[in-house]
Design a protein around this ligand. Sequence first.
Ligand SMILES: C[S@@+](CC[C@H](N)C(=O)[O-])C[C@H]1O[C@@H](n2cnc3c(N)ncnc32)[C@H](O)[C@@H]1O
Length: 210
Amino acid sequence: MRSFKTPFPESVLQPIQRGVLSYKYKGVPCLKSPLDICIYMKLLWDLKPGTIIEIGSKHGGSALFFADLMQSYGLGTHVYSIDLERPDLTDPRITFLEGDVNHLEDSFAAHGLSDCPRPWFVNEDSAHTYAGCLAALRVLAREMQTGDLLAMEDGNLVELGLSERYDGGPNRAIAEFFEASPDVFEVATEYCDMFGQNATYNPNGYLRKT
Ligand SMILES: C[S@@+](CC[C@H](N)C(=O)[O-])C[C@H]1O[C@@H](n2cnc3c(N)ncnc32)[C@H](O)[C@@H]1O
């Protein structure tokens, strides 16, 4: 596995992070970096997903952004968004589901997600703990099909000094998963490196199911 290092010095990363935490889409908090919003816009046009599955709804801002984007692309892609709690937002294009990233298999079984139209774009943006990310990778390795894309968000929490709090977070989970199962996903470098090698909040986190 190649390095997870991003090109952002701390003097750049910290103000971006303040912006990410206060960013709103149509008045709803939407905790995405500007680079990744741009990468998602390109990725979703390229992929033209049949279904978007988001884990980590928060206030629903990112689900709303994905639903609007799909509509603007002329696609009727439905968005499923899973969180421990449903946000206070209703939209016919989005189904908010209660679920736990540590037991994603239960959400897939309870709501028939395995039968949703392909290809899938899966956005894992929930607990960010090493254990939660690894659990998600294991379930998604079974549920995703060749060509489906996954974004494991916020591996750069290591560079924000938060690694200990998340027990190594997404980077550790991705590295260990690839070590044990090198052929399940490939790093989609055209997205990770769109603005420079790993110039993203999701270093080595754009993953294509092989
Ligand atoms: C970073 S926020 C999501 C941000 C949202 N995707 C956006 O871009 O605006 C993380 C969310 O994950 C949820 N979360 C935390 N632990 C979780 C778990 N074990 N399973 C599912 N969701 C969890 C939190 O409730 C929170 O709403």
